[in-house]
Design a protein around this ligand. Structure first.
Ligand code: MRU
Length: 374
């Protein structure tokens, strides 16, 4: 998407690769919205750390980062033995896979890269194929998000008031985003609407990333505290909910997404508000048979016990762009921090995919069109 920095507008992808330096370039998302910086990871371990520590986050973005990280690791191998190369690639794969467990996109992305590498007969050929496949994954991610926008824009009317949770915007993908794609497409069609961004404690991706993105793209929005959605729904101030997903089960239609999504789905059902989930094909897990089997990441308690921000002066002007952590909670109290929850199919009106909008339990019926077995 386009980013305006110091008066200049430039198009950025969240994740790119520099073949000559064998580095992965990432927007440092932990600094947003106060600072815009690109960092480069120099080897696959640094790339895995960037995923684990959430320099880059969001299902599609960590999928593309893992794909590039696999290519990066493969290209760093020196030698001709295909056996030694394969052992090395196994290690790269598991290091990147273990960086974050809930999103399935990194696994799907790396499986695609590994499948493409098999056509190579030498180490060198496989290295070249790895990078080509990683680039293809990143380009497909952009294309899928464009298509999600095309299908999802129909759900947005002039005057719609939309709730979204966390950040399933372009920062969570290579470009455009999943939940935001219908919004950007509707905006391009000239529709006027308003977006409520859940703050999304504990890391506040809604207040920091989604709000920043929407502001950059000139979309009317307000941040709400996570607990405010029920009140607004009860007063008839929300017409539609669109969220993303980190893993959607193709067999059952269950959706893992940022903690708090399930609560919003229950509220939406209570108030008869349509609840949609937008996903590229790489977010579908065709293997698991129950949402209870989805690995839910438990993150550090420090995220719940405190918060990051920048100091402001009395006129609310930011006085220092360096983010600081402050303790909020009672000293000595501990916290529990599950990062994701699972929303059952019956609470979801539809899944917006690149090939159309489906009822969650219909994903399996449409599995061929949705890329199953590719
Ligand atoms: O922990 P994060 O920030 O990587 O979580 C991912 C998310 O931003 C959300 O769960 C999002 O809604 C889906 S990712 C496209």
């Amino acid at each position: 998407m386009n980013v305006k920095i110091l008066g200049k507008v430039r198009h950025y992808r969240t994740v790119t690769f520099h073949p000559a330096r064998n580095t992965v370039a990432l927007i440092e998302q932990r600094l947003l919205p106060h600072r815009f910086e690109i960092i480069e990871t120099r080897d696959f371990r640094a790339t895995a750390r960037a995923i684990r520590d959430m320099v880059v986050r969001g299902a599609g973005a960590i999928g593309a980062t893992a794909a590039y990280g696999l290519a990066q690791g493969a290209r760093a191998f020196r030698g001709r033995s295909l056996e030694a190369f394969s052992r090395h690639v196994d290690e790269v794969y598991s290091t990147l896979k273990n960086a974050r467990p809930t999103a399935v996109d990194p696994v799907n992305a790396m499986n695609q890269v590994r499948a493409a590498m098999r056509a190579g007969e030498t180490v060198e050929e496989q290295q070249a194929l790895a990078l080509a496949a990683a680039e293809e994954f990143a380009n497909d991610d952009v294309r899928h998000c464009e298509e999600i926008g095309r299908h999802g824009a129909k759900l947005i009317r002039n005057g719609s008031r939309i709730l979204t949770h966390c950040n399933a915007g372009w920062l969570a993908f290579v470009d455009i985003g999943s939940a935001t794609a219908p919004m950007y497409a509707a905006q391009a069609q000239g529709k006027k609407f308003h977006v409520f961004c859940d703050e999304t404690r504990p890391r506040c991706q809604g207040a920091t990333l989604t709000a920043w993105e929407l502001a950059q793209q000139g979309i009317s929005h307000e941040i709400i505290a996570d607990n405010a959605a029920g009140h607004l729904m009860q007063r008839g101030e929300i017409d539609l909910v669109i969220v993303g997903s980190d893993r959607t089960l193709g067999r059952t239609g269950e959706v893992a997404n940022k903690i708090g999504t399930y609560t919003k789905a229950v509220l939406a059902k209570r108030h008869g508000i349509p609840f949609y989930v937008a996903i590229p094909l790489s977010t579908i897990d065709w293997t698991l048979k129950s949402g209870f089997d989805i690995p839910i990441e438990e993150r550090s308690e420090s995220e719940v016990l405190g918060a990051w921000g920048v100091p402001v002066n009395l006129k609310s002007q930011i006085s220092n762009l360096k983010s600081r952590y402050v303790r909020i909670a009672n000293p000595g109290s501990s916290a529990r921090n599950p990062g994701f929850d699972v929303t059952p199919a019956e609470l979801i009106t539809g899944i917006i995919t690149p090939v159309g909008i489906f009822r969650p339990r219909e994903l399996w019926k449409h599995r061929k069109a949705l890329g199953f077995g590719l």
